[in-house]
Design a protein around this ligand. Structure first.
Ligand code: M6R
Length: 357
């Protein structure tokens, strides 16, 4: 039930800190240590390459997951859009493991890949919010998201839950491979939950920014480098699906290869600058678009911030910044849709679960 909330989407955005805390609880043993199903641990450890297959927001979570699995656990990962993969399968490695990410567990495009993968005799793990769903039943293993029912068509808490569970999977795999890590993932996730809360408490500020940048525009660009690029793609998807503003997420460095031609006076650009190793270069892109008239809204962290940034995120482990940087993007999309009188929870032409290919 929505309770006192005007929309499910806003309620689900606000639930994110609780979902993260619930995930911590579900994935820890009696001593507070991370625990994962032994069979899943072996399946991931034995794989020479992971193929993540998903659609929409779940695909965007997969892109972040690749960073975790490669960076933390040294497992090569490919991330594929399900509807493309099924007709255009790459040459597979010797011992692949397929990881399906799906909030609903019912997405037909992903299921078509799962059916094909099983026919070829490969192993599959499904990460889903619905344990008894088709993708969960038909895969060899399931990891649950424990996010509670997600009703709004625009996925919010499932995305952050997927990223949190992928981080847990990566850390468990690293440990299984004997890689020593200098951070405690559950503690870091607890810090994330608090940071998310600090952001959901800043609704007035974010609503003001949405009004300023997005109430009349026809388009909006999200730019970022490294993992910020992936979060920008998710921010753009959120904005387009519920506010009908044409929005795209771009890698900062790609702008000069074409997209910058679209920047004119007053074009809103949301720039994510949360990664210290690329801060200098993304700041360069911010200057380039601003010089061509863009209205730039920079989102940074305590470490990367510069004067004039509109939203400064509380500090969390650098790997986990997508979990907090996406929150203002979700809220910006929500308020943009609200101010443009759009049906926030049930946008036109879309269904919550896409059960046709
Ligand atoms: O249930 P799934 O995670 O498999 O759904 C995949 C996409 O249809 C879904 O994420 C869609 O992109 C959302 N409406 C985005 O907010």
């Amino acid at each position: 039930e929505k309770g006192t909330y005007p929309h499910y989407m806003l309620k689900e955005i606000d639930e994110q800190p609780f979902v993260i805390r619930n995930i911590i609880k579900q994935y820890q043993d009696a001593n507070g240590q991370l625990k994962l199903d032994q069979n899943i641990r072996s399946a991931v450890k034995e794989a020479d390459r992971i193929y993540i297959v998903a659609c929409g927001t779940s695909y965007h979570a997969g892109l972040v997951g690749k960073q975790f699995l490669e960076g933390i656990a040294s497992v090569p990962v490919e991330v594929h859009i399900a509807s493309e993969f099924v007709y255009n399968m790459p040459l597979l490695s010797q011992k692949p493991l397929f990881v399906f990410i799906s909030q609903s567990g019912e997405t037909a495009d992903s299921r078509a890949v799962l059916v094909e993968v099983k026919r070829l005799g490969h192993k599959a793990l499904t990460i889903t919010n619905v344990p008894g769903s088709t993708l969960s039943r038909e895969a060899d293993h399931t990891l649950n998201l424990y996010a509670g029912p997600e009703i709004a068509v625009a996925s919010t808490k499932a995305y952050t839950a997927q990223i949190a569970v992928l981080a847990i999977l990566a850390v468990d795999t690293a440990r299984a491979k004997g890689i020593t890590l200098d951070f405690d993932p559950l503690q870091e996730l607890a810090i994330v939950a608090n940071a998310m809360e600090a952001l959901t408490d800043q609704k007035e500020n974010i609503e003001r920014i949405a009004r300023e940048y997005l109430s009349v525009t026809r388009n909006c660009f999200f730019i970022g480098r490294a993992v910020d690029f992936y979060v920008g793609m998710e921010g753009a998807l959120k904005l387009k699906e519920i506010s009908y503003i044409q929005a795209e997420g771009f890698a900062g460095g790609e702008l000069k290869h074409g997209t910058i031609a679209l920047i004119e006076d007053g074009t809103p650009v949301i720039a994510l600058a949360t990664q210290s190793h690329v801060n200098l270069s993304i700041r360069g892109n911010v200057k380039e678009v601003a010089a061509r008239g863009a209205d730039v809204c920079v989102i940074s962290t305590e470490v990367t911030k510069e004067e004039g940034d509109r939203i400064v995120l509380p500090e969390v482990h650098e790997y986990l910044t997508p979990l907090v940087s996406v929150v203002p993007l979700q809220l910006l999309a929500y308020y943009a849709a609200l101010h443009r009188d759009c049906d926030v929870d049930k946008p036109r032409n879309l269904a919550k679960s896409v059960t046709v290919e």
